[in-house]
Design a protein around this ligand. Structure first.
Ligand SMILES: Nc1ncnc2c1ncn2[C@@H]1O[C@H](COP(=O)(O)OP(=O)(O)OP(=O)(O)O)[C@@H](O)[C@H]1O
Length: 288
């Protein structure tokens, strides 16, 4: 994508001059709420036109070849309207029909294959309203997979999932990423830390980083500190938006913070992690 931009009305700029490229595998799009991730994904999924710039899938271009693009694309939006009264199997059958699979026998085979792929074959005949959050997300992935897309766009898929479901879902995406391009957006660093090699970080409509995780970690080398602060000293801290974590102790706080120089007298350098780099780029730390 080249020089992509999006304005809502005349005032709100949701995307500013975004340039991004990706190949096969899992690609993470990380950013705080309101960064513009959903806007970017909706444009990529041909759901909404950009105000400027271009998006290309090989030789196809958004706005010109939308029909062709939709055939190679699977999309799981942030809020997928699921038909609660349908069973998982009925829902997938309906989506397959919408995607143009007219032959009912072929459709049935496809639906069963998808249910197995996301490990919901045992729940196929249960109504979606009885599904857990994780199961709903997996049926969401199954619907996106019908048509065997080369590219999948998955918007904040782990929101509202418990830790166990989150890991299971991450494993599923990792497996699916072996065969195709998957773009996954999240504001939770742990969602992409172990599974994505390449990532982009967005903040306030701008792309503030694009590259690999090891390259990103190098940016914060020597800038991460840990130490204890007395209760009253916390508010005197200059770079509070750099606070990565803050844990209350009997006498004050255990602090982890990103700062160019030693932020307080007892702070010692720490080995950087992705969360530190994310706070460094977006300044979305725990404002004390
Ligand atoms: N339909 C809309 N009309 C006006 N402004 C919008 C619209 N949709 C999004 N925005 C604004 O555009 C900006 C980017 O929103 P977007 O939903 O793309 O961010 P996000 O990174 O996906 O965050 P979230 O995870 O909270 O959805 C925000 O300031 C948001 O308020």
């Amino acid at each position: 994508m080249t020089s992509l931009s999006k304005r809502y009305g005349s005032e709100r700029v949701a995307l500013k001059d975004i340039n991004l490229a990706f190949g096969k595998g899992l690609f993470g799009l990380l950013g705080p709420n309101g960064a513009g991730k959903s806007t970017l994904m909706q444009i990529m999924a041909t759901v909404m036109p950009p105000t400027g710039g271009t998006v290309e899938y090989g030789s196809y271009r958004i706005g010109k070849n939308d029909h062709e693009i939709r055939r190679i694309l699977g999309y799981l939006p942030q809020r997928l309207g699921l038909y609660d009264k349908l069973t998982g199997e009925e829902f997938l059958n309906y989506i397959a029909l919408l995607k143009g699979m007219k032959d009912s026998a072929a459709r049935r085979i496809k639906v069963l294959e998808m249910l197995e792929r996301v490990n919901l074959q045992d729940k196929a005949r249960r109504k979606i309203k009885t599904y857990s959050g994780g199961m709903k997300q997996r049926i969401g992935i199954a619907q996106a997979l019908i048509g065997d897309p080369q590219v999948m766009i998955v918007d904040e898929p782990t929101a509202g999932l418990d830790p166990e479901e989150r890991i299971r879902f991450r494993d599923l995406l990792e497996e699916l990423g072996l065969e195709r391009t998957i773009l996954i957006s999240t504001h939770i660093v742990a969602d992409i830390e172990t599974s994505c090699n390449a990532l982009a970080v967005m903040n306030k409509g701008e792309m503030v980083y694009q590259g690999t995780i090891p390259q990103l970690l190098k940016k914060v080398d020597g800038k991460v500190w840990t130490g204890q602060l007395e209760e009253g000293d916390l508010h005197g801290l200059v770079n509070r938006s750099g606070i990565v974590s803050r844990r209350k102790t009997a006498t004050g706080y255990d602090i982890r913070i990103v700062a160019d120089a030693c932020p307080f007298y007892s702070a010692i350098p720490a080995v950087p992690g992705l969360e530190d780099a994310y706070i460094f780029l977006t300044g979305s730390g725990h404002h004390a």
